[in-house]
Design a protein around this ligand. Structure first.
Ligand code: ADP
Ligand code: MG
Length: 752
């Protein structure tokens, strides 16, 4: 049985409703060692016969056998496998990759077969020498003459090293001298292969062919020399190890991942004009997608500026509440570090007081405002002066006629009482007044509040009162525990009680067997939001109706019924604690994420207020409108990019037809394309990031653009990169689908 046998094979072409016969009822037996020349006038079916034999075209009738196996049931991928294993093609139009060098073109055939790099290097160089192109091996094919190109095509066919070599008009474009060289080469090759050559120039081959087939009107009309085979068939193989290689080949893996990557990278850069065009398209894609991304993000921030928070009344979108992760109070060093950190516009040390407003009042005036430290005062008062003593404050509010009354200047220097939650009172004096500017309707609620600026010392007092009234204090006495109210009628300070002692009402005596409590210990335990404190005190005694005034220095027991007295120092041990909560204000909400990251790394718990707000135009509505808009725009960008890229990469169609002809499958081809587009896309992205960087360091300067771009954090850059890579993958997928829709031959025909 021969290598190829055709039995009554017919092939029809269908185009525009017309059926044309390519070949009809062809019977043929071909074997290894033959040098077959097919001739005939134009349109006689030579190419069709060759394409059927080489599996590039299907046939409709009859049966073709390959080494005895039927092929009528073959699928496209069966024929692809057949071509990869058996067929090397040489075309009139060469079908080389013109942007590759001679060496690269020849090596490509072996790379697609997954050969070892060392093997490729040696064999490719041998073959290039054989076809006489060694000195041109690093020259791009586009710079070669027609004869040289045809020799490259033959070299490539040799590199593929298959049992069958087909050539369609291999000398058609060559001058007679080059043609002669090609004929000699083919003759040489045919010693151990089946070589089939189609030509209408039979003269050139007459002296070399072992067999001549003449066609007319799709039929074989003459077949001479069948059986007259070269006598060198078995001995002296052209390339030494060849017969064993043929066995070996079938088991060989296809193209390696490394080669796919390498080809993808090479394709990216080997046509500079194309590379730059693609890059421009991707820069457009990167710009459009990032602009959409920023728009969505920015919109969310804009919404945050219109909200409020029920717990942190003094809401500001720039405000970030922090506490230390180890839950210890802030130290001076903490404050300094935070106050001087980049992008900190304002720092509120006493955050827990910032949301609690206090009243100051006397007989003629009262004022209600949030508590701030004098250190937050950034300008001279409009009336009066800066505070000098610890008991002096500055008021800040609108001069609207009722906040400060008709004559604000009259308030200066007067004494007022500060009343805080726990009934703790301090006397303070107003040193100065600041008139806040009325910024009109657009200004949102959070800036409209009045403020009172206190000294650090006064604030410590207010804070002590706040802790005392907002904590739970229990007293454990002789095994029984009770909760104490702090303030009048409960736990109270008294200077008459020595440090370390506690004075109780006489009712507590009954808790003890002997009938008196004095000399026993009690344990006071305070649980506050941020700290726990225990204190053991000795009962100095109890007071009754008669002893009350003497022991406490107070009058009128009826007003002090049930009170428990401790020394002011012990009271401070329980309640005079530092500040555990502060607020950082960022200079711009777009820096919020960065600030949050920095604070978390610096050992703080962080609450970003603008992420916990209520507002009328909630974020979901923004997502419902804005996000689909962004997606639609991105899709539009995707399709625009796809069509432009398809135009730019038109010649890639021929490239992929060529590699398919050399036996590359769909998947590796797709991956090569993917590498190219991802690489292009990532270079565009890198340029984009470089541009941002230049903007940051001030070389490029576009305020508006900057405002847009600084919204992006590291996470956003990663997300953007992923979006872009996905787009590149999808575009390459679409592109490859459109290429693989037509057969390799079809792609060539289209191009021709
Ligand atoms: P040759 O190579 O000898 O010039 P072909 O094999 O190309 O001949 O063509 C044989 C016949 O098939 C011709 O009649 C030609 O018109 C027809 N034919 C070839 N290719 C196609 C095609 N793609 N579509 C329609 N008819 C075709
Ligand atoms: Mg032809």
């Amino acid at each position: 049985m021969g290598m190829i046998r055709l039995k009554n094979v017919s092939k029809y072409y269908y185009s525009k409703g017309i059926i044309a016969s390519g070949i009809s009822k062809v019977n043929l037996d071909l074997d290894s060692g033959e040098f077959v020349v097919i001739t005939g006038e134009s349109g006689s079916g030579k190419s069709t016969l060759l394409n059927v034999i080489s599996g590039l075209d299907t046939y409709e009738e009859g049966e073709m056998y390959i080494e005895g196996n039927e092929t009528s049931h073959f699928t496209a991928s069966d024929f692809e496998a057949y071509r990869q294993q058996y067929i090397s093609c040489i075309f009139q139009s060469f079908n080389l990759v013109s942007s590759y060098t001679v060496y690269q073109n020849v090596a490509l055939a072996m790379q697609i077969d997954g050969c070892e790099p060392a093997e490729i290097r040696q064999k490719v160089n041998d073959i290039i020498k054989k076809v006489g192109l060694y000195e041109f091996r690093n020259r791009k094919v586009s710079k070669l003459s027609g004869g040289q190109k045809q020799r490259v095509a033959i070299a490539r066919a040799l590199a593929k090293d298959t049992k069958i070599l087909v050539a369609d008009e291999p000398t058609g474009n060559l001058d007679s001298e080059s043609a002669e060289g090609i004929v000699d080469l083919l003759t040489d090759i045919s010693s151990d292969k089946l070589v089939i050559v189609v030509t209408h120039n039979y003269e050139q081959f007459r002296d070399h062919a072992t067999r001549i087939i003449k066609m007319h009107d799709g039929k074989i009309v003459e077949d001479t020399g069948a059986g007259a085979i070269h006598n060198v068939k078995e001995e002296a193989p052209a390339y030494g190890h060849r017969s064993s290689r043929t066995e070996h080949r079938a088991k060989k893996d296809s193209i390696t991942y490394g080669t796919q990557l390498k080809l993808g990278v090479r394709n990216t850069f080997n046509l500079p004009a194309k590379f730059i065009l693609l890059l421009l398209v991707f820069i457009f894609v990167v710009a459009a997608v990032s602009a959409q991304y920023v728009t969505v993000k920015k919109q969310k921030d804009t919404v945050a500026e219109e909200g409020w928070n029920n717990f942190f009344m003094n809401y500001d979108p720039k405000r970030i509440v922090v506490e230390k992760q180890d839950r210890t109070p802030f130290t001076k060093a903490d404050y300094e570090a935070l106050e001087n950190a980049p992008h900190v516009e304002k720092f509120i040390r006493e955050d827990i007081l910032y949301d609690s407003s206090v009243y100051i009042e006397n007989d003629t005036f009262s004022f209600y405002g949030y508590v701030l430290s004098i250190s937050n005062l950034d300008r001279e008062p409009d009336l009066g002066r800066m505070p000098k003593a610890d008991d002096e404050v500055v008021l800040s509010g609108y001069n609207d006629g009722w906040t400060f009354g008709d004559k604000p200047e009259d308030l200066i220097g007067k004494t007022y009482t500060v009343a805080t939650d726990g009934g703790f009172e301090q006397n303070i004096k107003v040193a100065g007044i600041i008139f806040m500017e009325n910024e009109g309707e657009t200004d949102s609620a959070y800036t409209e509040s009045s403020m009172i600026y206190f000294s650090e010392k006064a604030i410590a007092e207010i804070r002590k009162g706040l802790y005392a009234s907002n904590s739970t204090t229990t007293m454990l006495i002789n095994g029984s525990e009770e909760t104490l109210y702090v303030g009048q009628g409960g736990l109270v300070v008294n200077d008459n009680v020595p440090e370390g002692y506690i004075l109780l009402p006489t009712s507590y005596d009954s808790l003890f067997k002997k009938g008196y409590a004095a000399g026993n210990e009690v344990l006071l335990r305070t649980k506050a939001l941020y700290y726990d404190q225990e204190l053991t005190l000795m009962i100095m005694g109890t007071y009754g109706e008669k002893t009350f005034e003497k022991k406490t220095g107070l009058e009128n027991l009826a007003d002090h019924d049930g009170e428990i007295y401790i020394n002011p120092m012990d009271f401070r041990r329980l309640y005079e604690k530092g500040s555990f909560q502060a607020s950082v204000f960022v200079d711009d909400t777009k820096n919020t994420e960065g600030m949050k990251d920095m604070l978390e790394r610096g050992g703080y718990h962080v609450l970003v207020l603008k992420d916990h707000i209520n507002n009328f135009m909630n974020e979901e509505i923004v997502s419902i409108i804005q996000l689909p808009m962004a997606v639609i725009v991105c899709l539009a960008v995707f399709f625009i990019a796809y069509f432009v890229i398809r135009l730019i990469l038109k010649s890639r169609g021929v490239y992929f037809a060529t590699v398919r002809m050399l036996g590359m499958g769909k998947e590796p081809a797709r991956r090569i394309m993917r590498v190219e587009l991802i690489l292009d896309c990532m270079i565009a992205y890198a340029l984009f990031i470089l541009f941002i960087y230049l903007n940051r360091i001030g070389i490029v300067n576009s305020e508006k653009l900057m405002d847009h771009l600084t919204y992006l954090t590291l996470r956003d850059y990663i997300i953007l990169a992923i979006i872009l890579i996905v787009m590149a993958v999808l575009i390459s997928g679409r592109f490859m689908r459109s290429i693989f829709r037509s057969s390799a031959m079809g792609t060539y025909r289209e191009e021709a």
